[in-house]
Design a binder for this molecule. Structure first.
Ligand code: SF4
Ligand code: SF4
Length: 304
């Protein structure tokens, strides 16, 4: 089993469409939506939820009015202005515990709270692990780690060969949670003025965590000069370019229709995505895999 994290230094690079296409083309993968703050992989894979679990990602202070003497000390020590008139506003409480340790009456306890939910779902192309973090909640990295762990268990149960993790944009905590321990990272960038800078940032994170990386240059024909700069950078860094996907109107049509580009094809983008998939197999494992021989049990969408 190989786990590939699909990441980019920023949003809007087409990462989710590419991840979903790889899931479809593989026919033997577990998909993970690592963007727990703004999940969207489900929009293309159209899952039916099989299992729902609460995520306890944070603690909040709770004041026991029976023990409280209204001394006001907790409101004084709270740096987040979360306490007003002996009541804690859970939206402001960061769970630091200072009030708990300061209260002379022992009236404040710290309680685990539900910060979101996570799901195991079935899609026509295999299981999908995804999650929803409640607004203003932190610990997204912890939630990503949790669903990745569950994804590996599911993959072992069904003997899946691949896990594709659609990472969140940026290089923050949830991206690190997607990359750490992954077998490889597909770095998706695009031919724009900021594309090279974003690629450099996310590559630095991969190298920091020792993750093998390959590049997918999306919409490479939009700006030939920017595209040339990115390819030049990759050459200098010894970073392989696994795929170059042209701008293709059918990709937009596919997303609008709730389909992956390879389902919506044919078109130049769909052809390039197939080539990308072939390169990933050749470079990262299971070369020559016949998709029709490893279709998920129960899959009913056509294999393309
Ligand atoms: S520090 Fe304790 S006793 Fe004082 S107001 Fe806060 S909860 Fe009440
Ligand atoms: S746990 Fe920290 S943030 Fe929350 S109310 Fe207490 S002092 Fe304020």
């Amino acid at each position: 089993m190989k786990e590939v994290a699909v990441v980019s230094g920023k949003g809007g690079t087409g990462k989710t469409s590419i991840t979903a296409s790889l899931v479809v083309l593989s026919g033997n993968a577990v998909a993970v939506d690592g963007d727990v703050d703004a999940a969207n992989l489900h929009l293309l894979l159209q899952p039916s939820v099989r299992e729902t679990r609460d995520f306890y990602g944070s603690r909040k202070a709770v004041i026991d009015p029976e023990q409280c003497t209204s001394c006001g000390l907790c409101a004084e020590v709270c740096r987040f202005d979360a306490i007003y008139r002996n009541r804690v506003n859970p939206l402001f409480c960061e769970g630091c515990g200072v009030c708990h340790h300061s209260c002379p009456e022992g009236a404040i306890s710290m309680r685990e709270v539900v910060s979101g939910r996570w799901f195991v779902s079935d899609t026509p192309y295999g299981p999908l692990l995804h999650a929803h973090l409640n607004p203003a909640e932190g610990n997204s990295g912890k939630l990503v780690t949790l669903i990745r762990k569950r994804a590996r268990e599911v993959a072992m149960q069904i003997d899946a060969r691949w896990i594709f993790v659609d990472g969140p944009p940026g290089i923050g905590c949830p991206v690190i949670a997607c990359l750490s321990g992954a077998d490889a990272a597909l770095l998706v960038t695009e031919a724009t003025a900021t594309g090279l800078r974003d690629l450099q940032r996310v590559l630095a994170v991969c190298r920091r965590f020792g993750v093998t990386a390959g590049v997918c240059l999306n919409r490479y024909d939009l700006d030939p000069a920017a595209s040339h700069d990115i390819e030049d950078f990759c050459r200098r860094e010894g970073l392989p370019i696994f795929g170059k996907i042209p701008f293709d109107r059918t990709v937009v049509d596919a997303v609008v229709a709730g389909l992956t580009p390879v389902e919506r094809g044919p078109g130049p983008a769909a052809a390039a995505l197939r080539q990308l998939w072939a390169t990933i197999q050749a470079e990262w494992g299971f070369a020559g895999q016949d998709p029709s021989s490893c279709r998920m049990p129960g899959s009913n969408r056509p294999m393309l």
